[in-house]
Design a protein around this ligand. Structure first.
Ligand SMILES: [Zn+2]
Length: 334
């Protein structure tokens, strides 16, 4: 008996539905005006095929992320006698379109086109996101993250758990590194004008720094997306790096400064900065080969530093490094 009962219920249900649909009274369109072109999000309600409101074609809640463009409006007298204004909206591809009650629309900001953004980037200094690049509407950074990444060699390297309220808590496992870590943190904090790196403890940290073995892969510092390593054999070699370079260059900096620079450079990676070809940058690398992201390739400095030292040897944050770090903050990488 049960299957049959269900079957008949389904028939009745269908019948009720179609009767109800047929009974929708149409609204009377009083007037249609063009409106100033504007963009909206449709948060709730229905989108109707036409201004007589007889046919619902879309449920607005399915299109919450869609940007709709309105160009005309219809004032209608509904079947209940009330007057209301409906906007004719279309999405960018003109695939979703129709009339929706004005009260269900919220003004939307529209990002600039990728073309305009790239134009703006190309007019500003290479690899240096100056003020004009840092002061766009927030929606542009959301919409064009990949374009910013590629233009400035930046990337979301760090897990979101590393930076809480724009702050990483740093723990140094090896006491020998403590002073270098402190110096490197201070450099970034002072440059940015805020405490982006603060000291933690064994039981409270989001970023760990320890010795590692870089001999095989030939690194002095490494950030693997989780923690920072400093090569132990080079660190323990008192002659490194000064004893291995031209004396004229070696005279311009100290071993201690070099290790400050190595750690500051790795901290730069945690902020989302990949290498540049500008020798004076803290984030300089002699070649683009190790980059995750590179606007262009280089195998010699794009621009040499005035001292002949590279940014790590100088342990100094350049204007370019700083602007890139400000950009990665805006992009939400730290
Ligand atoms: Zn590096």
């Amino acid at each position: 008996m049960l299957p049959a009962a269900l079957f008949s219920f389904a028939i009745i249900n269908h019948h009720i539905n179609s009767t109800a649909a047929a009974k929708v009274a149409s609204a009377k369109v009083l007037k249609v005006n063009s409106t100033a072109k504007a963009t909206y999000h449709a948060s709730k309600g229905y989108i109707y095929k036409n201004a007589t409101l007889t046919k619902k074609i879309h449920n607005a809640k399915n299109y919450r992320q869609t940007i709709f463009y309105a160009s005309k409006q219809a004032t209608v007298k509904k079947s209940n006698g009330k007057t209301a204004v409906y906007y004719y909206i279309t999405d960018k591809k003109n695939a979703v379109r129709g009339y929706i009650w004005r009260g269900n629309l919220v003004k939307a900001e529209v990002p600039m086109s990728q073309k305009s953004l790239v134009k703006l980037i190309n007019r500003s200094p290479d690899m240096n996101p100056v003020e004009s690049i840092q002061s766009l509407k927030p929606i542009n950074y959301e919409a064009h993250e990949a374009a910013f990444d590629l233009a400035y060699n930046v990337f979301h390297f760090s897990p979101t758990s590393m930076f809480k309220n724009n702050q990483a808590t740093v723990y140094t496992v090896d006491p020998e590194l403590s002073q270098h870590v402190q110096n490197a943190m201070t450099k970034w904090n002072e440059a940015l004008g805020e405490t982006v790196f603060k000291l933690g403890s064994k039981n409270n940290y989001t970023l760990r720094i320890s010795f590692g073995n870089g001999a095989k892969e030939n690194w002095d510092g490494l950030y693997d997306g989780k923690q920072i390593y400093v090569d132990k054999s080079h660190y323990n070699d008192a002659k490194y790096p000064l004893g291995y370079i031209r004396p004229q260059l070696a005279a311009k900096f100290t071993t201690s400064q070099y290790w400050d620079g190595v750690i500051a450079h790795e901290l730069g990676h945690t902020l989302g900065l990949d290498h540049t070809g500008y020798q004076a940058d803290l984030m300089y690398a002699s070649s683009s080969s190790g980059n995750m992201i590179a606007k262009y390739k280089w195998a010699k400095p794009v621009e040499k530093s005035s001292t002949g030292l590279d940014g790590t040897e100088m342990a100094a944050i350049s204007d370019r490094d700083l602007n890139r770090a400000k950009l990665t903050k805006i992009l939400g990488y730290w």
